[in-house]
Design a protein around this ligand. Structure first.
Ligand code: FAD
Length: 273
């Protein structure tokens, strides 16, 4: 191996361990390898660079990931908690969007954990989806173009396009009686980093609230959270127009809607990418 190739190989290895240097040129480097090298290196890069990265594995993000992967794209699906992938608060209600993951694994009245385990099984076993637990803290940006994300856990991930599907997890406050938590849903903590980073980038937000009624012995609660302000998201293209290569889907751009609507929006996004 030439010394240049050895250096490239070392950088690639570091990148795959999430320890690569911080410049965006280096962040793009593994893509070059992926495109030009076969065999071992090519397979290793599959773990690092994706066609599309989706932040959030709720109804919108997971549905988009599934549809994109079925179209042949390689998808990185990132979530703060693997235990809440595709997990509804209340039993789901038909009708479900034709051709969706929700229609594939759902039944009218199905409860959360059963739907979650069925959907997660499909997502994890899809050969073009890499589902992993990472809390995204920042976008990787070069000029006005988004190249990937950074995570609290360390690894950086790169992709041709990045989708924010973070639901009710932008600066949420959950109120239950006298208890106040920073959580997007009951027992699902939210971290402030991504929201603060988006604010620093100039994104503006509006405030939304949702009520969850008491059910099956669980007390009711209220969540107040932020969504992208009108004008930040272009509904036809689903782009967050402040940056190139950045898209938004689901509750974080719509503010409200049912599980089925979020799944439909995920499919619509997949049809655009
Ligand atoms: P979510 O389902 O909220 O998913 C967002 C995902 O993003 C989560 O998995 C979270 O872990 C992940 N995430 C967030 N930030 C990060 C980060 N920085 N890095 C990595 N991952 C991240 N609709 C109904 O039809 N029936 C209901 O009963 C119902 N109840 C609701 C109750 C509440 C409190 C709220 C807020 C909404 C409710 N909705 C309900 C409306 C809506 O359909 C659901 O909120 C739906 O789950 C939204 O889907 P989503 O994919 O956009 O976001």
């Amino acid at each position: 191996m030439s010394s240049a190739a050895a250096t490239l190989g070392r950088r690639t290895e570091l990148f795959s361990q999430g320890q690569c240097g911080k410049t965006h040129k280096e962040a793009r480097f593994p893509l070059f390898w992926q495109l030009t090298m076969g065999g071992q290196v090519g397979r290793m890069m599959w773990l690092v660079h994706y066609d599309v990265l989706i932040v959030g594995a709720g109804f919108a993000g997971a549905e988009a990931a599934y549809a994109l992967a079925n179209k042949g794209l390689r998808v990185g699906l990132l979530t703060t908690s693997l235990d809440s992938v595709y997990l509804p608060f209340t039993p789901i209600r038909a009708p479900f969007p034709a051709g969706s993951l929700l229609a594939e694994v759902g039944e009218d009245g199905l409860k959360g954990w059963i739907l979650h385990s069925r959907a997660k099984y499909r997502l994890e076993n899809h050969p073009r989806i890499h589902l992993l637990q990472l809390s995204v803290t920042r976008l990787l940006i070069e000029g006005q173009t988004v190249l990937g994300v950074e995570s609290w856990e360390g690894p950086r991930k790169t992709a041709g396009r990045v989708v924010l599907a973070v639901g009710s997890f932008l600066a949420p406050k959950l109120y239950m009686g006298s208890v106040v938590e920073e959580a997007g849903r009951l027992s699902e903590a939210a971290y402030p980093d991504l929201y603060q980073h988006l604010q620093q980038l100039g994104f503006s937000f509006s405030s939304v609230q949702a009520e969850v009624p008491e059910q099956d012995g669980t007390p009711g609660y209220r969540v107040a959270y932020k969504v992208f302000a009108e004008g930040e998201w272009e509904p036809t293209s689903m782009r967050l127009t402040r940056l190139e290569g950045l898209y938004g889907v689901g509750l974080c751009v719509l503010g409200q809607g049912s599980y089925s609507q979020m799944a439909s929006e995920g499919m619509r996004l997949a049809s655009l990418l």
